[in-house]
Ligand binder design. Structure first.
Ligand code: PRP
Ligand code: ZN
Length: 301
């Protein structure tokens, strides 16, 4: 039987409340967010109402909610972690709530942009002076207008921003653009970017539990691995420095002797940046042979 202290800490861990992660119910980030959590080892069954995914193999549940509500759910302590676009985080959270951005993710890229009716002239942000701008991001937009020193009136809407100019509710809009098809369908032209956004993992101020820390570091691990490759090659000793410099984003490669070959070594390295064909061709040009590039499955720094 394990010592009392170990049993006690095991019990405490069991009694620990379940970690709650908020994810967008349906939209741009939903699929990637759930897939990321699955890659972190979470298996779950979806509740009948489709609003909660109950973790089966960890004390972790996923709440499917409106993305705009996620910062508030974290601030109120209803959820511990959440995945939202940077745009929603900046618009909806108050610094005094203590919700922080824990990790930048590699998906959900989009931009918050100013768009004007097609054919309208545009001379930069000054063209917005005195005009009405429809948006669901009044905070981010107002801050940006201040920075630009432009005085315009912000018309806050709760959705369907793209039709505001046609309805005469505004002159131009400030909205999220990803493929640009919404703008095109509404005869609007993107003119300038107010904010570049991508998904972010947010952590509530109370998210200190062992499971919160564990999920954060697993998510970091998954993201690190996605961009990583394991390279193996044979290198002439004389070309080692050159070859080492060519390996993209690798720290200290491992060097191993090759049986019967004194002038060559095997080089193994984890590369944290994309390995392009051009890189492999350059490595070959520097004298490398038997070059292999392998995906990395898991990594814990
Ligand atoms: C945004 C935006 C547009 C659309 C643009 O809404 O309001 O409707 O995406 O994307 P496109 O350039 O690919 O056409 P989103 O789906 O994020 O909805 P939400 O703001 O209600 O979360
Ligand atoms: Zn939304």
């Amino acid at each position: 039987m394990p010592p009392l202290s170990a049993r006690l800490s095991e019990n405490l861990l069991e009694q620990e409340p379940r970690l709650k992660i908020a994810v967008q119910k349906s939209g741009r980030l939903t699929e990637n967010s759930l897939h990321l959590l699955e890659t972190c080892g979470l298996t779950y069954s979806r509740g009948r109402d489709q609003l909660i995914c109950y973790g089966e193999n960890m004390p972790v549940d996923v709440l499917l909610v409106r993305d705009d509500d996620i910062p508030q759910l974290l601030a109120e302590g209803v959820c511990d972690l959440g995945i939202v676009g940077l745009n929603v985080f900046l618009e909806k959270s108050n610094p005094e709530d203590g919700v922080r951005k824990a990790v930048d993710m590699d998906f959900g890229r989009c931009r918050l942009s100013i768009a004007v009716p097609r054919g309208e002239s545009w001379d930069g942000p000054v063209s917005l002076a005195g005009r009405r701008i429809a948006t669901t991001y009044p905070r981010i937009l107002s801050r940006w207008l201040d920075e630009q020193g432009v005085d315009a009136s912000v018309v806050t809407l709760s959705g369907a921003v793209e039709i505001a100019p046609r309805l005469g509710r505004a002159d131009v809009i400030c909205d999220l653009v990803s493929t640009g098809s919404t703008l095109a369908a509404n005869d609007l032209e993107e003119t300038t970017i107010v904010l570049e956004s991508q998904a972010a993992l947010l952590a509530a101020p109370q998210a200190h539990s062992a499971w919160a820390q564990r999920m954060i570091s697993r998510i970091e691990g998954v993201l690190r691995v996605r961009g990583s490759k394991y390279i193996m090659l044979h290198a002439p000793r004389a070309a080692l420095d050159e070859i080492r410099d060519l390996l993209p984003g690798s720290e200290a490669p491992t060097l191993m002797p090759l049986e019967g070959l004194d002038d060559k070594v095997a080089v193994h390295a984890v590369c944290s940046e994309t390995v392009f064909w051009e890189t492999l061709e350059r490595l070959k040009g520097a004298g490398a042979t038997s070059i292999l590039v392998l995906p990395v499955e898991k990594m814990l720094a």
